[in-house]
Design a protein around this ligand. Structure first.
Ligand code: FAD
Length: 496
């Protein structure tokens, strides 16, 4: 007999609510813990998970397997082609092992919630308790309500509520206990479970050997790598985060989103450790950088709470229904120029090429490129949302959907639609020296000074270099694009 923890988006041993409870139950019963991880290739396809993220997950599972083995906990790994078969397979495994308690951490998208609901019923029929836990958010969805009793649809008051809630419920930030070593004899009894190995990535999600090598060194997997990265950031950078966070060339953010997305790092751990380096030892007061960083991690919670309160955002619908009827351009050529970084707007192109190469993009540039797609090219924001999720290593439905909704003005608490980012100004402000552009747009690396932001407008030598190296001219003219955007949005909202 044993207790099972089913790992999903929580690929870590430390500070893991479900695993910690599984271990406590096992201890109470005097039995051991078995970890399970199930890969459904169909699930990866359906959710457009990027090859970079698939690879990162597989690498993280391998680290997890080794970490668990140190505790004599086996990680049983299986490939189940169809996602709908996961519940019966998990139930069958639990029965085979004589297990009476199965734990996991909740995922909040409707399909996942439905699957977990089915599991509760299926396992109950077999006399097994299936107990999904809140773990993914620092404050569980459903905990916060505005004064009127309604759900918050604006970030600032929600964030004040979030802070107050954490002050009133300090246990939410406490570290969940590590599982202890499985009892003597467990390893011998369940020896075959320790032979499980990570599977190959399905062909459709395979990276080229070059990409795999580059991404492996850029994004080390597993929870130790996550904690190391976080601790270095808290030691060296967080203090100046507020002042530097918007400048992509400065590498001044934590770059832990990939770990939050795979669950190799809990958002709770991030917030607690950031709080602990604050002189106040609190979430508020003290250092601006720390406060600012905590409020960014809180955005992740915010978008998850939105998803739980308004699940239709998972169904390709904008949060603001009056934005359903905007007439988009559907110009496949423009879309390709955007994805390949050939729009003639250097900051946009640099960002898109960086994404293609590193599977990551700085937050400021996510906003700039998303706004450019929706407002300058007037392409349906959902095309961009899908492209991002299928290329980002930190792809995460709630944050990505929230970010696209914000940037295209169709989402929750968005940028107002009449605020159209001027990419030339964004470029001059946030990449003043053009360092980021020169890193990624090879054709412009010899363009001097500020001319790099818009070489054809600058003329002279800059335009000559751009022309000679085949750098494209701007695909749309900024002023025209801005006016067209305002008109279309206004007409669309009028019809909505
Ligand atoms: P830091 O600045 O160090 O922030 C710390 C953590 O806070 C991040 O790791 C992340 O977990 C969280 N966070 C920060 N900003 C946001 C935000 N705006 N929304 C939600 N969480 C945030 N983030 C993803 O994790 N996955 C996505 O798929 C994703 N898609 C995005 C799409 C668009 C169009 C936009 C505008 C933003 C998107 N973001 C997404 C949010 C944000 O850009 C990234 O989380 C951030 O760039 C990650 O880098 P970092 O870890 O260095 O962040």
């Amino acid at each position: 007999e044993a207790v099972v923890h089913w790992f999903k988006r929580d690929l870590r041993v430390r500070d893991n609510t479900g695993l910690s409870l599984a271990a406590a139950t096992a201890k109470e019963k005097g039995v051991g813990v078995i970890g399970v991880w199930i890969l459904s290739p169909q699930d990866w396809e359906a959710h457009l998970v990027s090859p970079a993220k698939c690879d990162f997950e597989i690498r993280s599972v391998d680290v997890l397997r080794k970490e668990l083995a140190e505790l004599s906990i086996p990680l049983w790994i299986e490939v189940v082609e169809k996602r709908k078969d996961i519940p019966w397979r998990l139930t069958a495994l639990a029965q085979k092992w004589g297990v009476k308690n199965v734990y996991c951490n909740l995922e909040y998208e409707p399909d996942e919630l439905r699957r977990e609901e089915r599991l509760v019923r299926m396992m109950l029929e077999k006399g097994i308790a299936f107990e999904p836990q809140h773990d993914d958010c620092v404050v569980p969805p459903g905990s916060l309500k505005a004064g009127s009793g309604k759900q918050y649809a604006v970030y600032s008051p929600w964030f004040r509520g979030w802070i107050a809630h954490l002050h009133a419920h300090p246990h939410l930030l406490q570290e969940r206990s590590m599982p202890e070593k499985n009892p003597d004899g467990f390893r011998e009894k369940y020896a075959s479970l320790f032979d499980s190995r990570v599977p190959d990535v399905p062909e459709s999600k395979c990276l080229s050997p070059d990409d795999k090598q580059r991404l492996t060194s850029l994004w080390p997997a597993g929870e130790n790598a996550a904690l190391e990265r976080l601790e270095r950031f808290l030691k060296e950078k967080v203090g100046r985060y507020q002042a530097t966070r918007n400048f992509p060339a400065e590498n001044s953010t934590a770059r832990v989103s990939v770990h939050h997305a795979a669950g190799t790092l809990a958002a709770r751990t991030s917030v607690r450790l950031a709080r602990d380096v604050n002189s106040t030892k609190k979430l508020d007061g003290g250092n601006d950088g720390i406060k600012g960083w905590i409020s960014e991690v809180a955005w992740r919670d915010f978008y998850r709470h939105v998803l739980v309160n308004w699940p239709y955002v998972c169904m390709n619908k904008p949060f603001k229904y009056e934005y359903t009827n905007i007439t988009w351009e559907y110009n496949p050529h423009h879309f390709t120029l955007w994805t390949t970084g050939r729009t003639g707007y250097p900051i946009v192109d640099a960002a898109m090429r960086c994404l293609a190469s590193t599977a990551y993009m700085h937050n400021r540039l996510r906003m700039v490129t998303a706004s450019f797609l929706a407002k300058h090219l007037l392409l349906d924001w959902r095309l961009g949302e899908q492209y991002f999720i299928s290329h980002l290593i930190d792809g995460d439905f709630a944050s990505n959907n929230g970010g696209w909704g914000f940037s295209s003005s169709t989402g929750v608490d968005p940028q107002p639609y009449f605020r159209v980012f001027n990419p030339w100004l964004q470029s001059a402000k946030f990449d003043a020296k053009g360092e980021f552009i020169r890193t990624w747009v090879e054709e412009l690396k010899d363009v001097k000074g500020e001319d790099v932001h818009n070489p054809y407008e600058a003329g002279g030598k800059a335009a000559e270099i751009a022309e000679r190296n085949g750098y494209p001219r701007p695909v749309v003219e900024h002023r025209m694009a801005r006016e067209r955007c305002l008109r279309r949005y206004k007409e669309g909202i009028g019809r909505g």
